[in-house]
Design a protein around this ligand. Structure first.
Ligand SMILES: [Zn+2]
Length: 186
C-alpha cells in the first residue's frame, strides 16, 4: 500500500465511511495534481495548475457516490511539526514539516488546506501520523460554490525560507523556489 492509499484508508477508517472498497475514492481529473481544470462551478480552467490533490468523493457500499463533509476528521499523513497556519481561499491551511525527511538545505512539508484547524494546534505543536488535526471548512456563503473538501499538498522548500512565509503566496507562485510533489507518488 502506498502512502497516499494508506492515508485515504485512514480517512475512511477514522470517519467510519461506508466506502465500497479501499480504492473506492473517486478523483475527477480536475482534482488531480497539476490539473488545469476545475471540477466545480463552470468546469472551466484553474488560474494555475493544481498544487496538490483534492479529496472529496467516494463510492459507498451500496454503489452511490457520497462525499466527505464539514464533520469529517482529517488525520495527519506523517509525523511532524506544525510550522505555520495560514488562510486560503476556502478556509485555513496547516503546514506541517516532516523533519525526518528534511535536510540542512531543503525542508519537506505537507499542507492540509481548506480546513478548520483543531483548537490547540499552533505553530510549534508536535504532531503524530494519524492525529486528527482538522475538519473541512464550510463553504456556505462563499462565492466559489465549491463543496467542503480536503486539499493535500506535499512540497520541498529551501531551508532559508522562514516558516511564517510558508503560505499560498509561495505555494501558488510558479516562480517560487518551492518544488511541488505529486501526493499520488508518496
Ligand atoms: Zn486543491
Amino acid at each position: 500500500m502506498t502512502g497516499i492509499s494508506e492515508y485515504l484508508a485512514k480517512i475512511a477508517e477514522i470517519n467510519r465511511l461506508d466506502i465500497k472498497s479501499p480504492d473506492g475514492w473517486i478523483f475527477h481529473p480536475g482534482m488531480l495534481f497539476q490539473s488545469t481544470a476545475k471540477w466545480w462551478g463552470d468546469f472551466g480552467s484553474r488560474h494555475a495548475p493544481h498544487e496538490g490533490l483534492d479529496i472529496l468523493f467516494y463510492r459507498s457500499a451500496d454503489g452511490f457516490v457520497d462525499s466527505i463533509g464539514p464533520d469529517t476528521l482529517v488525520p495527519l499523513l506523517a509525523d511532524g511539526y506544525a510550522v505555520n497556519i495560514c488562510d486560503d481561499f476556502l478556509g485555513r491551511s496547516l503546514v506541517v514539516e516532516s523533519r525526518m525527511q528534511s535536510t540542512s538545505r531543503f525542508r519537506i512539508f505537507s499542507v492540509y488546506a481548506h480546513l478548520d484547524i483543531m483548537p490547540g494546534i499552533e505553530t510549534g505543536t508536535r504532531l503524530a501520523k494519524g492525529d486528527m488535526v482538522a475538519t473541512p471548512a464550510s463553504t456556505a456563503g462563499k462565492k466559489s460554490k465549491i463543496a467542503p473538501h480536503l486539499h493535500l499538498s506535499v512540497l520541498e522548500a529551501p531551508s532559508s525560507i522562514p516558516a511564517r512565509e510558508l503560505d499560498w503566496n509561495l505555494f501558488g507562485n510558479p516562480d517560487s523556489p518551492v518544488r511541488l510533489v505529486n501526493p499520488a507518488f508518496l
